[in-house]
Design a protein around this ligand. Structure first.
Ligand code: PLP
Ligand code: COI
Length: 340
């Protein structure tokens, strides 16, 4: 199949309309069989629960072209599990087993000429979402839903490629302040919009959110989890029930231990101890691993020894191994790579 005529190397993280999207509808207590459609617009009643009460959850994963020309996705079973956890928390119907992966495969296959070529630095971002679609005016869940998947080719999430970022400690909370920060619901991202615009206006790439109860522990950023390397070479990442359980992070802990022979641990990390870390990165599907060089804590700068020019050495090893696995250059653990 001929790839689309796109300058893959200069793509940022934006939306480009592709040829097909997936739609399955839930009505009378069951999901229909689902199909590919071509219309990128969604038409719903003005009183749809998604509009009035933000009853919507989403996922994010990527499809890649491997060196030998296959199209693959990375651990979609974990996205399937997580979208169902998010849906259950917003009283939405969950997806039947197998449906999520089947739909991802279908929509990626149909848009295969939008999957960026190997080595281009770009990938196909896959955005599944579920929303309440019928009219609801009292505060209650919808009875009808749509499960959709759109795909769009993307480049790096942060401008400047792999250059270390400067971020700031935020006084805002990332998510709706009700302990639901672990679910991937649109309302949590809406809650973060004020803080992200404010951070950007002040010249910071992201916000470091702290736990809202004590404001002493590191949580995550608006779109990625933190991963740190201690000065004695251990990989550590914050333990918290109110951050999104990142699939990239879970994968990196495995990579650190099993591929790189490093110690890796999920534990509470205080803001106080961040100044003693050797390296810091933001990890996620969109962020991959984006290095952090500097954190501004209300005017006080925390500068990592890895500096502002390149990734720290252990971050680089993690990055190379993870992306090597995702793009088929390094043998993946059983079940991590799903071929389209
Ligand atoms: N944290 C937040 C708030 C996110 O939006 C994301 C992205 O999905 C992540 C963390 C990283 O999660 P994952 O690695 O599963 O993409
Ligand atoms: C992802 O990485 O998939 C996310 O949802 C993060 C978002 C900031 C694009």
């Amino acid at each position: 199949m001929a790839k689309k005529d796109i300058d893959w190397g200069s793509l940022g993280f934006g939306y480009i309309e592709t040829d097909y999207r997936y739609l399955s509808s839930f009505k009378d207590g069951k999901w229909d069989e689902g199909a590919l459609i071509t219309d990128p617009n969604v038409t719903l009643n003005e009183c749809a629960c998604v509009f009035q009460y933000a009853q919507t959850v989403f996922e994010g994963l990527k499809a890649y072209t491997t060196e030998d020309g296959r199209t693959v996705t990375f651990r979609p079973d974990l996205n399937a599990e997580r979208i169902n956890q998010s849906a259950a928390r917003l009283k939405m119907p969950v997806l039947p087993e197998g449906r999520f992966i089947e739909a991802v495969k279908m929509v990626v296959k149909a848009n295969e000429d939008f999957v960026p070529p190997f080595g281009s630095g770009a990938s196909l971002y896959v955005r599944p979402y579920i929303m309440g679609t019928n009219a609801v005016i009292g505060v209650k869940p919808a009875d009808e839903y749509q499960f959709r998947i759109l795909v769009t080719p993307v480049g790096p999430y942060f401008k400047g490629g792999a250059k270390p970022l400067t971020i700031r400690v935020s006084d805002y909370d990332r998510a709706a302040p009700n302990g639901t920060g672990h679910i991937k619901a649109g309302l949590n991202y809406a809650m973060s919009l004020y803080a992200i615009v404010d951070a950007h206006e002040q010249g910071f790439a992201e916000n470091m959110y702290l736990d809202s109860a004590t404001r002493t522990k590191v949580e995550e950023t608006g779109g990625a989890n933190f991963i740190f390397v201690t000065r004695d070479g251990k990989v550590v990442t914050p333990k918290s029930n109110t951050i999104l359980p990142s699939i990239t992070r879970r994968s990196l802990i495995h990579v650190a231990k099993e591929y790189l022979g490093l110690e890796a641990e999920e534990r509470e990390i205080t803001l106080e101890e961040v100044k003693d870390m050797a390296e810091c990165g933001l990890c996620g599907t969109a962020a991959v691993i984006s290095p952090v060089g500097k954190i501004n804590d209300h005017g006080k700068e925390i500068c990592f020894p890895s500096g502002m020019d390149e990734m720290g050495p252990i971050t680089k090893k993690l990055y190379d191994t993870l992306t090597g696995i995702q793009m088929g250059k390094i043998k993946a653990p059983e079940g991590w790579i799903v071929e389209i």
